[in-house]
Each structure stands twice: as structure tokens, then as C-alpha cells.
Design a protein. Structure first.
Length: 210
């Protein structure tokens, strides 16, 4: 088990109980994501956590494969499939965001909500995503860009806490850097925005070229 998986396993139950802090922004970005889906869409969600987004998007797609590095998170997500009227076109599995571990195949849409700032190697993670998006398909992400906010001052503190196992690994990204890294993987950005604006959680819809 990696240090990242161990950290998220430890806090999975608390994470599942905590309410969404900005419901308005959450619902808006889900609405924008739905606009790129249809009844035939095959969707992959990476870093799905306890499965909330995947389950809410399920009825707008043909099927959703969702994965997360944390076994505890995935266990909670699978429990949500057992309730009455739960969508049956969603699967959850344990997998980090890497080319060798993500579910095989290509997808019409790949989503990554609030996870890209938590990966160890952003370029490797984006390359793994690019390899799963069909040409002409979409990559839709939402990422805290903490280097574009006053949270940048906390970078040394967060790094120290991560070394102690009391916080996750965090990348302090700017919006410009994130956009450039996504374009470098063969994507064209077609929609961007910040929801919320402070600190910016940068929403990007990108189409895979080629």
C-alpha cells in the first residue's frame, strides 16, 4: 500500500460524512459535465473518492467506470450501490491514476474532480488520462489551483504535515501551469472557469485531438 492510499484509507469514513462545502459550485460543475454526456457515453472517473459524483452523473451516461487509490473509499462507494434505486451502470474499483492501472479501454469522457493536485507526478497522471480518452472525446477536470491564492503561503506547512502523515501530498498549481500541462498531452481547451473563485477550483473541459 502506498502512503497516499494509506492516508485516504485512514480518513475515508470522515470524508464520507463531511458535507460538500460549496454545494452551488458542485452542482454547477456537475451540470456543465452533464452537458457533454449522452445516453451512449462511456465515462471513466479517476480519483472518484466515495463515488458521489459518479452516482449523480450515472443517469446521464451509458456506463461509468470509477476508480480511486483508496480501498476504503471504494468500499464506501460500493455500499452506495446497494441502496434501493441506486444506478446499476456504475462500477467502482481500486486503481491509481497511472497508465498501467487505470481500467483498460477508451472512453468518451474521462473526469477528474478535485484530484489532480493530489498526484505525485502530474504529467504521468495526465498521460494516463490521455491514453483513455478516445480521439474527439473529452477530459473534464476540476482542480484547486492553490498557487493562485493566499494558500500558497501554507505550502511549507502542508509539506511538513505530509511528511508526518497528517496531510496528503499536495501540488501547488497555477491555472496557467495546469492548462499548459493538459494541452501538452494533446488536448484542446474548450471551456474553463473557477467554481468557486477563491481559492480557485479550476474547471476545464478539454477535447482530445487526433
Amino acid at each position: 500500500m502506498t502512503a497516499d492510499a494509506a492516508f485516504w484509507d485512514q480518513i475515508a469514513e470522515k470524508y464520507a460524512r463531511d458535507p460538500i462545502k460549496d454545494m452551488r459550485s458542485f452542482e454547477y460543475t456537475l451540470e456543465r459535465t452533464r452537458s457533454f454526456l449522452n445516453a451512449g457515453s462511456r465515462v471513466l472517473e479517476v480519483g472518484c473518492g466515495t463515488g458521489t459524483s459518479a452516482l449523480l452523473l450515472a443517469r446521464s451516461a451509458r456506463r461509468i467506470a470509477a476508480c480511486d487509490v483508496s480501498e476504503a473509499m471504494i468500499r464506501i462507494a460500493r455500499q452506495k450501490l446497494e441502496v434501493p434505486d441506486a444506478p446499476q451502470n456504475v462500477t467502482f474499483e481500486v486503481a491509481p491514476i497511472s497508465r498501467e492501472h487505470l481500467p483498460v479501454g477508451t472512453f468518451d469522457v474521462v473526469t477528474a474532480f478535485n484530484v489532480l493536485h493530489l498526484v505525485r507526478d502530474l504529467d504521468e497522471a495526465l498521460a494516463a488520462v490521455a491514453g483513455r480518452v478516445r480521439p474527439g472525446g473529452f477530459f473534464i477536470s476540476k482542480t484547486p489551483c492553490l498557487a493562485d491564492s493566499s494558500f500558497l503561503l501554507l505550502k511549507p506547512v502542508v509539506a511538513m504535515m505530509a511528511r508526518m502523515g497528517k496531510a496528503p501530498q499536495v501540488l501547488f498549481l497555477t491555472r496557467r501551469t495546469l492548462q499548459a500541462r493538459i494541452r501538452a498531452q494533446g488536448f484542446q481547451l474548450i471551456e474553463v472557469g473557477d467554481f468557486p473563485r477563491r481559492p480557485p477550483r479550476h474547471f476545464i473541459v478539454a477535447r482530445r485531438l487526433g
